[in-house]
Design a protein around this ligand. Structure first.
Ligand code: HEC
Length: 142
């Protein structure tokens, strides 16, 4: 009885716990990631991970918030969250109301290849800063 309670209590944490990208910054993984990206992702997310099509986001922007964090431990935790989002998004694709914005990749790519793609994207020069948001513009008016 007691054990069942503990299991139910900690199961959500066990299920949510994810590993950070094990190949971050690894040159061999970046090479592999470039090949996998060019073959599978470039047609929507842009050759060399820059200049994506109008519909597909620039994947370099996923780390933008984490990169602003000064505390290195916090930044590592932040990147780990983005890692797990990246893995989930790529595995399951983007399908809403039956419309396939991005197909799922889980039966096409291995986890090692998906991590390699993330490492490759991180190796690219950063995206140009976004234009000001309407909130910034509104604030500047006062
Ligand atoms: C057919 C075009 C297409 C291909 C090919 C494609 N994607 Fe996408 N991807 C999209 C679109 C469109 C979105 C945004 C979907 C939405 O609005 O929900 C997206 C979203 C994503 C996201 C979420 C980004 C975010 O800002 O939330 C990730 C991560 C991603 N793609 C990675 C990849 C990777 C890695 C590959 C190659 C293995 C790939 N995609 C191939 C079209 C594509």
């Amino acid at each position: 009885m007691h054990r069942l309670f503990l299991l139910l209590l900690f199961l959500p944490f066990a299920v949510c716990a994810t590993e950070p990208n094990p190949s971050r910054g690894d040159p061999a993984a970046i090479d592999l990631g470039r090949q996998v990206f060019q073959a599978n992702c470039a047609r929507c997310h842009g050759a060399e991970a820059t200049q994506p099509s109008a519909e597909a986001p620039d994947l370099r922007r996923l780390n933008a918030f984490c990169q602003q964090l000064k505390d290195s431990a916090l930044q590592a935790r932040c990147l780990q969250d983005v890692d797990s989002y990246f893995m989930m998004a790529v595995n399951t694709g983007k399908i809403r109301a039956g419309i396939v914005y991005m197909p799922p990749w889980r039966d096409v790519l291995t986890a090692q290849e998906i991590w390699a793609v993330r490492s490759f994207v991180e190796s690219r020069p950063p995206a140009a800063p976004r234009l000001k948001t309407s909130v910034d513009i509104d604030h500047a008016a006062y």
